[in-house]
Design a binder for this molecule. Sequence first.
Ligand SMILES: Nc1ncnc2c1ncn2[C@@H]1O[C@H](COP(=O)(O)OP(=O)(O)O)[C@@H](O)[C@H]1O
Ligand SMILES: [Mg+2]
Length: 336
Amino acid sequence: MATAAQVKALVESHSLGDEARFRSVVLQITEAATRTGRTRYAEEVRALLDAGRTARSAGAGLPARAVPLAQPRGELAGVLTVEQPGTRLADVALGADVMSRLHRVLAEQRRQDTLRAHGFDPVRRLLLTGPSGTGKSMTAHALASELLLPVFTVPLDAVAELDADEATAKLRLVFDLVAQTRAVYLFDDLDALLDPARRSATDAGSGAGSGARDALRSFTTLLAQDASTSLVVATSNRPQLLERSVLRRFDALVDYPLPTTGVVHEVVLRRLREFDLSAVEWPRVASTASGLSHEEVSAAARAAAKQSLLEGRRHVETAALLGALRERRQVLKMAP
Ligand SMILES: Nc1ncnc2c1ncn2[C@@H]1O[C@H](COP(=O)(O)OP(=O)(O)O)[C@@H](O)[C@H]1O
Ligand SMILES: [Mg+2]
């Protein structure tokens, strides 16, 4: 393990952007590890160092910049937030098919040194598609938590509000960070870059919607150049509107359907862990939930549980769940 002095030297050289010193301290650490028999650890650290160098040379021309790990400030404030999520993958109720694909992503991420040693790249650019409220953003958090990585979220609707040059500049900064700091990067809602109507009316000077479209082009280019060890996760509710040139930049596309009968059951169980659900008639619940998203089912479960608590019960009755689900359906019907 690194000594206190080495950790200090790492932080110092990183914040000063002193690449040569940073590398030399890392190499000291890996040499010491090799001497004491921790060869696998040494290999992993060396692979990370090399991956960082490859990533930076792929983005040639970009300024070498020290990026703080604390909440992004300055130029990245507003287009990037960071969290250390606690959601586990087991908290996300998903069909077996989607779940097994996500487990494969995790396995490839965890064993990326092995894959790279044989000339393979792990899956590291994921596009999650499907209706709103089916768990796409939640999945990005869960993957980060399983990999013990922080998650950086880029709300693309905020990027779409910027003019074209500013949006491109900020996306470049984000991708600098992708290369420098291994993490999960959630580019939330690619559709925001498609829809000119979402852009602010005061921004007419740059041409309606052109900034958003340029941002999408920049995103696609930067994603193609990315050779990092980070995991990039983008989401889209309307993938049919995305061009092939965008879609083909991703290593894997995972589609999130509305919950099936079994998954509705899982969503309610996960949401109401502390409640007695033994009297619930699940087939009736599932048929009333048909067409609702996981998020809607989860909200209905919460409403039913609150009602039960206020009526002095620790068990949730079918009628309360059905009532709450019907209310969610009413709300949806009123939506445009
Ligand atoms: N598959 C799921 N399993 C359990 N809860 C879910 C699931 N999908 C959504 N939810 C609930 O709905 C909320 C919003 O989901 P989110 O991941 O933001 O949906 P999306 O990104 O697909 O629009 C979550 O925080 C969670 O409470
Ligand atoms: Mg989302």
